[in-house]
Design a binder for this molecule. Structure first.
Ligand code: 8YV
Length: 316
């Protein structure tokens, strides 16, 4: 039996490539110079797309593939897939929830600790010889006992909150409504501005997409304030990046620890001129263990689809 043809939007680790190529004919879109011609030449054969959370598949691509049946996203966020376009054609979409939750939460908390305690500049201070030449670094800010705001109490937000509770931090959160089953001392605050006002550290753990675009705007950033820390491990779209840069440049916001950027990996060069940022290359889910689990889910969802079996982690 011939192998189903899959358009591979972004690169995967070698272990995924091997497993995918054993079962499917993979078309490496990301390596093509002329992407439109690449798609045109094989449009009728492509039955699946394998993509990445931050890359996805827009309407133009979906429309260009008349025999597309399934889109498998390597990531929990599927905001880069045009779900309406897929739905209208009966195209199935899968993602990789759960397997990355704890790594993303760990990384968010690591960014909070690194930002608050100056771990990255401390390393540079030692390596440059400044410690011996100039002495001690300026003192940093304590984490334990501080107030945390979690913007989005989903799976990742919940794991961030659990970790922060272990640091004796005060937990408050915003979501569409209060969540059942949470510890009674976690406070629900419906308004993101009010949440930011009471927080020393504000974590963004929202899903991406139209409903959350720009929720962290000037008002939220100014409410977080000159000693506040913003940690974004969600999607860049949830934050008004212009307002964020302006708040950092004017010191209306104390610090931002960011794993996601508009137009990544080509981030706004204004970020690079700031001391009050910790900049990470979208790597919150980037452990070998989690990426293997994500790749396996992409493979297994595609395999299930083409075997006529139920999808493991369907979005639609
Ligand atoms: C990326 C993510 O998918 O899960 C998501 O939504 O954005 C990340 O895990 C990852 O970088 C792989 O592209």
């Amino acid at each position: 039996m011939s192998k189903p043809d899959i358009l591979q939007i972004g690169p995967y680790p070698a272990w995924d490539v091997e497993a995918l190529e054993a079962r499917f004919t993979m078309h490496r879109y990301f390596e093509a110079d002329d992407k439109a011609a690449f798609v045109r030449e094989r449009a009728d054969r492509i039955r699946g797309i394998a993509t990445r959370g931050e890359l996805g598949a827009g309407r133009d691509l979906i429309d260009a593939l008349p025999n597309l049946e399934v889109i498998a996203v390597y990531g929990v966020g599927y905001d880069a897939v045009d779900i309406a376009a897929a739905k209208a054609r009966g195209i199935r979409v899968t993602n990789t929830p759960d397997v990355l939750t704890k790594d993303v939460a760990d990384f968010g908390v690591a960014m909070m600790l690194a930002a608050s305690r100056g771990i990255v500049p401390g390393e540079a201070w030692v390596r440059s010889g400044s410690w011996a030449a100039q002495g001690l670094l300026p003192l940093k800010t304590r984490v334990h006992g501080k107030a945390v705001g979690i913007l989005g109490m989903g799976r990742i937000g919940h794991e961030v909150a659990r970790r922060c509770a272990a640091f004796d931090m005060d937990i408050a959160y915003t979501d569409l409504a209060p969540r059942d089953g949470l510890p009674t001392d976690w406070t629900f605050v419906s308004d993101p501005v009010a949440l930011a006002q009471r927080a020393d550290v504000l974590f963004v753990t929202l899903t991406g997409g139209a409903a959350t675009r720009g929720i962290v705007g000037r008002d939220v950033l100014h409410a977080l304030g000159p000693s506040g820390l913003l940690v974004n491990i969600a999607r860049a779209s949830t934050v008004d990046e212009g307002a964020l840069l302006e708040a950092l440049e004017t010191k209306a916001l104390g610090f931002a620890a960011l794993d996601v950027f508009e137009n990544e990996p080509n981030l706004d060069p204004r970020f690079l001129t700031l001391d009050s940022v910790l900049l990470q290359p979208h790597q919150a889910s980037g452990t070998v263990e989690t990426r293997k689990a994500m790749g396996k889910l992409v493979h297994d969802n595609l395999a299930a689809h083409f075997a006529g079996q139920p999808l493991l982690t369907p979005v639609i």
